[in-house]
Design a protein around this ligand. Structure first.
Ligand SMILES: O=C(CO)[C@@H](O)[C@H](O)[C@H](O)[C@H](O)COP(=O)(O)O
Ligand SMILES: O=C[C@H](O)COP(=O)(O)O
Length: 942
């Protein structure tokens, strides 16, 4: 007789500890049932990892599934695995029927990531049970502290449960208790207990592997030789003794009389790990009535070939088994300690296998995408950095960092209210579900013959739409787009003059609704529109994007705005571009937001909670930036963006600076700095090169290659086309949150931006009552330029006879690892940008420091956070100017020029209060003054 068939004669059911698609498709499983008397199958994450990652069995199914639509990694995994489980269940169904539901089962394990989470395990088990929809399924739940209550609950709900990762007899007793209580719950609720089957899987060989190792370390060779390879079987024998006791007596009889089956012991981990042991050792010793033995193919083959079936072997020499375990205890080898460690280790092993499995699926998904997800490559710069990044990546993998991030686990950051700030993670799906309203708004804009759209807003409420407008360009047949984020009177006038006021739609965008700038822009343009169209009709040319219940919403309603779009309180401004803050302006510009969002969805899946760090581009990027900054002082994130997506750099500056720049830490992002040769950069840079496919600037490309060769870390991202810009928003949002966790800050607050806002408001309100701003005496004047410094900075600068002398002294304060920032409260236009760029290049080339340029007050709502709240490594030159033409803010008692002065003054005061190295230069005439300043900076640095 086939030796395997003898097991059934001995009362034991042989199951197969293995699964892969071809086993079912080729009829192999059916043959095992027919020829070997196989009665069931078990699977686990390691088994599916080998099946999916190491065979070609699933290639066609995966291709077909992805051809229909793109899916997330877990969805693909479940699609493949559930199909296998169902197919195997169907092949095993005749066994299930023949044995009256005692055998014929296939097991499917809950995600090992959930092993320490009762509620999530329960939800997952129920979901899998429903999805597989086969009566001969067993859902596997681990015997962890969190698993035990889930086991009882699930049995009570009528599920067949295989309890896995069970090692200790003590825990086994709790498992039986959960089983019995679950059945009693089910009966109490009117359920049929006779329909329930369950097994308790005791892992055998792993116990020996762990104990043998300890024995070898004892230094008592005789004892080690006596006890080696004995503990696993001894432990199983004692478990069997308990099985017989626990499934007898009145409590059990009451259930049995209602048709309940006992929960059989299943021997798992039955292949020998030590080649010195007989390969059928764990099968032969564990034969016993009413048990299951699950065998991997090689063990099954070995037993078929030369196994010896001795009935009731499990009941032989139980006193000997007790003696073995007692001797181990005497020798100081604690079985409890070992088995406890094995549960933890087992969870980690399955999680490791699951990581590999999901990683393999993620790679296969990407390889099928033909570039639908934008690619990213990171050159680490040095071997040390590569090693440090790899170490941190492992921390992220082992601690489930990306899953915790997606779950909003605030302990990943500083543990305040970060869990309430992660609404941006699934915003793309939400917005796709709400797209009709936005579309009808787009039709309305078109229908009304709007010529231009002007967005009034600051920072997170404006930089995203600015990127969208610049990246997509003007859409044929749709309005032009302008954005106003400056209180500079000349800038406001220029915006007003660029549009036809009577045919313009104004989008007032403010998340809080209380920010001063958008509110006073609204005051001004409302009056302008009213003057052209009549006061009563003015409101109809405005829409608002704001959080529900904000002061702006109240104003919008009062003024009869054409539309009010709501943001979500769980999404901070700089993370809001894929919500209404970016989408409402995009629709008004005529951008197909459905296409934009659907393209972005691919990146959302690529960076999902189920994509392990090695395959998750956002984690890789965030870890690289975080490690570069915290371990290598490379905290100057230098953004080089190709033509076509230049403005993305300004959005990214805000995201990185405001998110990470606080508590004296953070990344200092800088965009718009011209590229140069490697030796002109310090060792404090982390470069990011973003290239819009087909629009790469050859000079930038060569420069980036040289940087890589010179050993600077560089992240390269190639954006396929404009539609893929949404993917970048999403990638960088996650990467920033990851980097924030490594830096150890709350990436969702902006305390120092709020401080500046408060200061500006106080100064402007003070002006309205006193008609003046506090004034200061300059420390020096020359050629229409005046220098201002607080006493500390003035003392540090010393006394000089020339402007260049002061500037030299100021920039001499730039040390290795510092950065220099030009903060200019002047009109943002090409000529001024050019002059500031000339200055920053000169400073960079002379000092090798990173340089930043910000136009005020725009930068206050962006990089301003890190300048004030980040490391004290900035040397600031504030540039202010007289405004020859000023504009009154209607009804407020002050002008835009006053607001701008208050903003500059407030900002400088905060910088000074924070001990920053700061100097202000005031230009009487902006153009002549700038030219003079460029000259003086050159002289100072020569
Ligand atoms: O389903 C079960 C147990 O219920 C089995 O698949 C179980 O997971 C396996 O036997 C073990 O994981 C295999 O353990 P090992 O041979 O790797 O030590
Ligand atoms: O980045 C955010 C700016 O400070 C503007 O804030 P807000 O959208 O609440 O007006």
């Amino acid at each position: 007789m086939n030796r395997l068939k003898q097991l059934a004669v001995c009362g034991q059911s042989p199951w197969l500890d293995y699964m892969k698609r071809s086993l079912i498709e080729t009829g192999g499983l059916r043959l095992l049932i027919e020829q070997d008397g196989l009665r069931g199958v078990t699977s686990n994450p390691s088994i599916f990892e080998k099946a999916i990652a190491e065979t070609d069995d699933y290639k066609d199914a995966l291709t077909a599934f992805q051809a229909a639509a793109d899916h997330g990694i877990s969805t693909i995994y479940e699609h493949l695995v559930i199909a296998d489980i169902r197919a195997a269940a169907d092949v095993l169904f005749p066994v299930y029927e023949e044995t009256g539901g005692r055998d014929g089962y296939i097991s499917l394990e809950c995600s090992p990531y959930l092993a320490n989470d009762t509620a999530a395990t329960m939800a997952e088990a129920l979901r899998l049970w429903t999805a597989v929809a086969r009566p001969n399924l067993m859902v596997k739940v681990p015997a962890t502290a969190a698993g035990l209550p889930a086991i009882r609950h699930l049995i009570g709900k009528g599920l067949n449960i295989n309890i896995t990762l069970l090692f200790s007899v003590g825990v086994y007793e709790q498992v039986v208790e959960a089983y019995l209580s679950g059945l009693e719950d089910l009966a109490r609720g009117g359920g049929d207990v006779s329909k329930i089957a369950g097994v308790a899987s005791i892992f055998v060989s792993r116990i020996d592997a762990a104990i043998d190792k300890r024995l070898d370390q004892l230094g008592d060779k005789a004892a080690a030789d006596r006890l080696r390879g004995k503990a696993g079987i001894a432990n199983a024998k004692l478990a069997y003794v308990r099985y017989k006791a626990l499934f007898s007596g009145p409590r059990w009889q009451a259930l049995a009389s209602s048709g309940a089956q006992s929960q059989r012991l299943l021997w798992a981990s039955t292949s020998t790990k030590n080649p010195d042991y007989k390969d059928t050792m764990y099968v032969e010793a564990l034969i016993g009535r009413d048990t299951v033995d699950t065998l991997p193919p090689a063990t099954m083959e070995a037993f078929r070939d030369h196994g010896v079936a001795m009935p009731d072997a499990i009941e032989q020499d139980v006193p000997g088994a007790r003696a073995i375990l007692a001797e181990l205890e005497r020798l100081g080898v604690s079985l409890d300690e070992v088995t406890e460690g094995l549960v933890k280790d087992g969870v980690q092993k399955f999680a490791d296998a699951f990581d590999k499995l999901l990683g393999a699926i993620a790679r296969q998904r990407l390889s099928m995408q033909d570039g639908a997800t934008t690619r990213q490559e990171i050159s680490p710069g040095s071997a040390e950095m590569e090693a440090a990044v790899a170490k941190e990546m492992d921390v992220w993998r082992k601690s489930g960092g990306i899953r915790r991030l997606w779950a909003g686990d605030k302990s990943l950051w500083v543990g305040r209210d970060e869990d309430k700030r992660v609404g941006w993670l699934d915003i793309v799906d939400r917005e796709l579900g709400d797209i009709d309203w936005l579309d009808s708004f787009g039709r309305d804009v078109k229908h009304r013959g709007i010529e231009d759209v002007v967005l009034l807003g600051m920072g997170g409420s404006s930089l995203g739409p600015e990127v969208l407008s610049a990246t997509f360009g003007r859409q044929v047949g749709w309005p032009g787009f302008f954005m106003l984020d400056s209180t500079d009177p000349a800038q406001i006038k220029a915006t007003e003059q660029a549009v036809d006021i009577g045919r313009t739609l104004f989008i007032v965008s403010s998340k809080s609704g209380g920010t001063l700038e958008p509110n006073i822009f609204l005051d001004y343009f409302l009056e302008r529109v009213g003057a052209v169209l009549g006061k009563d009709r003015a409101g109809d040319h405005f829409i608002a994007v704001t959080d529900p219940g904000s002061p702006l919403e109240r104003r919008a309603k009062h003024l009869h705005f054409a539309h009010v779009f709501h943001g979500m309180p769980s999404i901070g401004g700089r993370y809001s571009v894929l919500s209404k803050f970016g989408l409402a302006p995009a629709v008004a510009m005529g951008i197909d937001i459905k296409r934009l969002l659907e393209t972005t969805q691919a990146m959302e899946r690529t960076c999902g909670p189920d994509v392990p760090p090695a395959e998750n581009p956002a984690v890789r990027l965030g870890v690289a930036m975080g490690v570069a900054a915290t371990h290598f002082g490379r905290d100057k994130v230098t953004i080089i963006a190709s033509p076509g997506i230049t403005d993305f750099g300004f959005w990214l500056e805000q995201l990185l600076a405001e998110s990470t720049g606080k508590l004296g830490r953070g990344l200092i992002p800088l965009a718009g700095e011209p590229v140069t040769t490697p030796e002109r950069y310090g060792n404090d840079r982390f470069f990011v090169y973003l290239e819009l496919d087909g629009q790469g600037d050859p000079a930038q490309i060569l420069a980036v290659e040289a940087l890589e060769r010179a050993g600077h870390p560089v992240a390269r991202i190639r954006v396929r086309d404009a539609w893929h810009i949404g993917q970048e928003f999403f990638r960088w949002e996650i990467a920033t949150a990851v980097a924030g966790a490594i830096i150890g800050i709350d990436p969702f607050d902006q305390p120092d931006v709020e401080a500046s806002k408060a200061k500006t408001t106080a100064l402007t309100e003070g002006y309205a009552t006193s008609r003046g701003l506090p004034s200061r005496e300059p420390v020096f004047r020359e050629n229409g330029l005046a220098l201002y410094a607080d006493p500390r900075n003035a003392a540090e600068l010393g006394r000089h006879n020339t402007l260049a002398g002061y500037l030299k002294s100021h920039f001499d304060r730039v040390q290795m690892g510092d950065y220099a920032a030009l903060l200019a409260y002047i009109k943002r236009d090409e000529a001024h940008t050019k002059a500031l760029t000339a200055m920053r290049s000169a400073i960079r080339d002379k000092t090798h420091a990173a340089t930043c340029v910000g136009f005020g007050p725009r930068f206050q709502h962006s990089t301003g956070q890190v300048y004030k709240g980040g490391p004290n490594s900035g040397v600031f030159l504030q540039i202010t100017c007289d405004d020859p033409v000023d504009i009154d803010v209607p009804g407020r008692g002050y002008s835009f020029g006053v607001v701008k002065s208050a903003q500059a003054q407030g900002d400088l005061e905060v910088l000074e209060e924070r001990g920053r190295r700061a100097l202000r230069v005031h230009l009487k005439s902006v153009d002549a003054g700038l030219a003079e300043l460029v000259r003086a900076v050159d002289e100072a640095l020569s």
